[in-house]
Structure formats: C-alpha cells, structure tokens
Design a protein around this ligand. Structure first.
Ligand SMILES: [Zn+2]
Length: 309
C-alpha cells in the first residue's frame, strides 16, 4: 500500500491532519463490522483490489443510535480514502444514502468524536469522503497513480454542512478547491457522442446526449499557440512548439479549478489519438483563453469528435 505514496516508513502509523467521514453503505452494525474485520479485501471489490489487497478499515464505527466503536488505534495506517490515508483518521457511520440515511444521533456522535480528536491531534481538515478529490494536487495528496480514483457520494453535502456548522467554532481549514484558487481557470469537461442534430421526435423515450457526460480528463495548458505552431490532424494536435505551462487533472466529474498567472493561453485535452481542441479564434489560435488579475475564467470543455451535428 505504501508504494502508492512513494513513502517507506518504519512503522505503519499515520500523522493525523484530517478526519474523513463516511457511511458504510451497509444497513446494520454487525454486517458493517464484518466488512471491516478481514485484513484482506473481499473479492467483490475488483477496482480497488487491483491497487492493493489490503482491506478497507477505519478506527471508528458509529452505529445508527450513536454508539461508537473503536476498531483500531487512531494512528494505525488504515485504508479508507485514496491519496490521503497517510494523514487521515476515518469515521464510518452505519447507513447509506437511500433507505438508511444517517441519523441525528450519528451527527451528534460524529461531533463529539471529532472534538475529542481535534484536541488530541493537529487536525486541520474535516471532510466528507465525497469531497476527497478536491485534494488532488494539494501538498497532502500522495497518490502517484493519476487514474486511481473512485467516485464517492458518502456521506453527502447535507450531512457535511450540518456537521460543519456544529463544528464552526473549531476554525478548521476550508476545502482546498474553495480556498486556494483566487486567479486562474475553472470549469467542467463533458463528452458528447452520437447524433446531436436537432430532431422532432414523437418518441420521447429517445433521450439525446445534448447535456454531455462529465468525464475525467487531463488538460494541458500552453502559452497562446497558433495553429501554425503545431501539427494538426483534424481536431488533434501534436509537436506543439510553444511552452507547456500546466497540466491539470480534473476530478471524476470533469471539474477543475486551477491557479494561473494573468495572460493568454491555449487549452488542449489529452485523448488517445492526440491532443484535442475544437475552438479557435479569428486569428487561428488553438482553444484560446485569457486569465485576468484576481479573477477566475470559466471554461466549458466539450469533447465532441464522436458527435454528429
Ligand atoms: Zn467512504
């Protein structure tokens, strides 16, 4: 597991700086406990099993009535959040987002436990598991495989908002994405495919992909680049002569937010066939955009080379 982080400590202990709140997606305490008991992953979790056979685990499990169980020491290395396990204490809550929403008693128990942990350790962040991708690129982020990401929904915005308002006196740090970028770019990458021609159809079951599907991508930012400064094959480019300024990895929902100095740039998307761009200005610059002092430029990236208009 440590090889994912490029770290080789003497002992499997962590330096707690963060608390990550989860739900188990399992409705009962007994079944939740059994899921964490084995040290090896069950065969059902193929995606994360490829990364390591170590089972998921956390020090704390909170039942639906608020009773709390400690499964292991706080500082023992546990696997529960990609990229951040080396600094994160996990709290699991028995429940899910559908038939067993987290309870008031669990909210209270999380608050109590977090207050105790904040007193004991130098905790700066309390986050929901679904928020972890905001730490990609943050100094605490240690995952070396950019494609090893899973989409998480636990424990949801509502629970985290309520928990944060209960803990507002603790002066915890805000999430990095909201906090760190004051000037640069932000937006979302979407994938368009198939027939996007406007059609009149009586068959309302035929849903068109006009909104696009959010996709996880790597964006390359270059100094403003003219079409003549690269080799072009339809909407794909290579051998770009200008300087690459940044490489931006989106989250799994295609969202990105990134700091850049004021200036003019070109944006290209890494695709298997090459670097993709489909917007040009009147002068022939490739996907040009500008960043202005103290502001964030919104950019929507449409990948549509498999779409028909
Ligand atoms: Zn989780």
């Amino acid at each position: 597991m440590w090889d994912h982080y490029g770290m080789m400590p003497d002992k499997p202990v962590i330096d707690p700086q963060m608390i990550v709140v989860h739900w188990t997606a399992i409705p009962t305490l007994q079944a939740s406990y059994e899921a964490f008991y084995d040290s090896r992953l069950p065969g059902s979790r193929a995606k994360i099993g490829n990364a390591s056979p170590l089972n998921v685990s956390v020090p704390y499990l909170i039942d639906r009535d608020g009773s709390m169980y400690q499964l292991m020491p706080d500082t023992l290395f546990a696997r529960h959040v990609i990229g951040l396990n080396h600094c994160a204490i996990g709290i699991e809550n028995v429940g899910d987002g559908k038939n067993h929403p987290l309870t008031e008693a669990q909210l209270e128990a999380n608050e109590k436990l977090i207050r105790r942990l904040v007193k004991k350790y130098d905790i700066r962040y309390v986050i929901g598991h679904h928020e972890y991708q905001q730490f990609i690129g943050h100094p605490l982020w240690k995952e070396k495989d950019a494609n090893y990401l899973t989409e998480k929904t636990d424990p949801g915005d509502e629970f985290m908002q309520r928990l944060r308002s209960q803990l507002s006196d603790l002066d915890l740090a805000p999430l990095p994405i909201e906090d760190s970028v004051k000037q640069g770019i932000a937006g979302q990458v979407r994938w368009y495919e198939g027939n996007l021609m406007p059609t009149v159809s009586e068959d309302t079951t035929e849903v068109q992909n006009t909104q696009g599907k959010p996709v996880h991508r790597t964006l390359l930012i270059y100094e403003l680049t003219h079409q003549d400064q690269a080799k072009q094959m339809s909407h794909f480019f290579q051998d770009i002569k200008t300087k690459q300024v940044a490489k931006v990895v989106t989250d799994l929902s295609g969202r990105f937010k990134f700091s850049l100095p004021a200036g003019r740039y070109s944006l290209l998307v890494e695709e298997e066939r090459g670097l993709f761009a489909n917007q040009f200005d009147g002068e022939g610059n490739i996907f040009p955009f500008a960043v202005y002092t103290d502001s964030i430029t919104q950019i929507d990236v449409r990948i549509d080379y498999k779409a028909v208009y």
